[in-house]
Design a protein around this ligand. Structure first.
Ligand code: SF4
Length: 181
């Protein structure tokens, strides 16, 4: 959770001034809507992370979205086969900007122990990834750590980043058409 002083607001009598960029970023960081793309055991760890013991609701994240158009954080947890790669990419493309990707566990990040002909050796072969969580499986604490790293990125992202040439060339590398405009 970001500190209120991070917002750099100036309080006066009857008014409050702040930088729009900071306020928007704080609002986004505290209302991330995740889309869990869980295919195997790491998905179970993510379910534990959502439960009352670890409590994702404290981040304003209890509302899971199984519709890509109403989600801004894609959480990929589990083994992704090569056949599933294009579907994962389609889900990513359907999400509106700004969007972030968390790769949970060794399988999603690198194929894990499944160095075989049928398993994608890391989801970053088909979509850009913001944060990788190591482990097989990672514990809920590690997943929360990854989520908090995403929050930091969201909180510090310039408002115009998604329109930058750098971001467009990142998407071009994946042959993904940007939907920022
Ligand atoms: S990283 Fe390990 S725990 Fe996670 S999906 Fe792969 S095999 Fe299962």
């Amino acid at each position: 959770m970001g500190k209120i002083e991070d917002l750099q607001v100036i309080n006066g009598e009857g008014y409050q001034l702040g930088r729009l960029e900071k306020v928007v970023a704080a609002a986004r960081a505290n209302s991330v809507w995740p889309l869990p793309f869980a295919t195997s055991c790491c998905g179970i760890e993510y379910m534990a992370t959502m439960g009352s013991n670890y409590d994702l609701a404290r981040f304003g994240m209890e509302r899971m979205s199984f519709s890509p158009r109403q989600a801004d954080l894609l959480i990929v947890a589990g083994t992704i086969s090569k056949k599933l790669g294009p579907i994962l990419k389609q889900v990513y493309e359907q999400m509106a900007e700004p969007k972030w990707v968390l790769s949970v566990g060794a399988c999603a990040s690198s194929g894990g122990i499944f160095d075989t002909y049928s398993v994608l050796q890391g989801i970053d072969r088909v979509i850009p990834v913001d944060v990788y969580v190591p482990g097989c499986p990672p514990r809920p604490e590690q997943i929360i750590d990854g989520i908090m790293k995403i929050h930091d990125m969201v909180r510090n992202e310039p408002l115009r980043r998604r329109y930058s040439d750098e971001y467009k060339s990142l998407l071009n590398k994946y042959e993904i058409e940007g939907n920022a405009e």
